[in-house]
Design a protein around this ligand. Sequence first.
Ligand SMILES: [Zn+2]
Length: 444
Amino acid sequence: MFDQQRSKAGQRSINMFKGNEEGGWDLEDLELPPEVETPRVNARSSVFVAPTPGMPVNQIWTQRSSLAADHAAAGNFDTAMRLLSRQLGIRNFAPLKSMFLDLHTGSHSYLRAFSSAPVVSLAVERGWSESASPNVRGPPALVFNFSQLDEKLKAGYKGTTDGKFTEALRLFLSILHTIPLIVVESRREVDEVKELIIIAKEYVLGLQMELKRRELKDNPVRQQEFAAYFTHCNLQMPHLRLALRNAMTICFKAKNLATAANFARRLLETNPNENHSKAARQVLQSSERNMTDASQLNYDFRNPFVTCGATYVPIYRGQKDVSCPSCTTRFVPTQEGQLCTICVLAVIGADASVEALRSIGKILGKTNWNFDIDPCSRGNSWLDQPTDYYANNVTCDCSFNNNTICHVIHLLERIRSDEVALNAMETESQRAVLGSSNFMPNGL
Ligand SMILES: [Zn+2]
């Protein structure tokens, strides 16, 4: 209203002067542009002009990171799931739901200044310090960390010692479910996480077999097999002793004396207590008189093997197998495409990064890539030999994201230039490895 009045007055004064004051100057009409009619500086100087809003912090978090935990913390569950699917072959997200929610709520705080004002959401950043620049956003603070897993591991060991197998199994499974959402900061921590996966999956497999064995009252052969396989899981020494004692007793009772004697020998090698060693020596003495087995077991202790995580049968060295891209448990080939029965997250044999590299190797006819050795170690067949004629290597740059994510570099250059190999790539995920996907996601 005020502006309108003032501008009308201004117009009147211009008209008033026109004709009276021009004299002989013969001035031309001044056609004022509309800007002249806008308020002058002193009209409403107290009007607050809000600053341009910056990028929401959740968006910054997701743009800067390819780690599922950061995306979940930002509330982008969709992209977090896509990353886990692409990096680790995870398809079943139900066990991760509560952890996604914890990550999101744990990386935010809320401020209510006045009851009439809206609640202000504040991002909680990882490693924040007073010296940090207020204009630079750090990654989200995450509620899960490695030391918590260490505590769970100790509790899992204790549960196993106490014979509380169901509770121990729950703890080891929880470790396998949390690891895909852990962010580690150094190469050393990466190795520790890898080691933890192996420990947890061995205990999950072993405890599953032991719990199933107790249900199998009418199948003495299978009972003995389960007890025998349990002793080949990678257990802590006190647990190995208990498993050996158990297998020895069950086989001895079933008159499988040769097998029982083998467990007795193994038990004596672990320096057991007096009670255990006395029992082992007695079993050995009795068995030596008649070193035979009353029933045939699917168990050859002379031949190294791993136990299939779904069918619980031995996969002897040299036999084909498929593995879970998330927990690395191995299975008989018929289990390919099934949900992993150990971690219950990933699809067995899914084309996660390493699996894709394995099949790329097959397509290229690379027979000497040794997948038992970490490609990032550059040891053995993974040595970097970047010449034009010798393309046997995979060169990995492990410096991404504080040395926790690797990208294959040299191999990609060569495959990109190899049209035949590119056309031979069968699945979309194999192509993804050639793009920008992580080779060892989350540093694994
Ligand atoms: Zn698995």
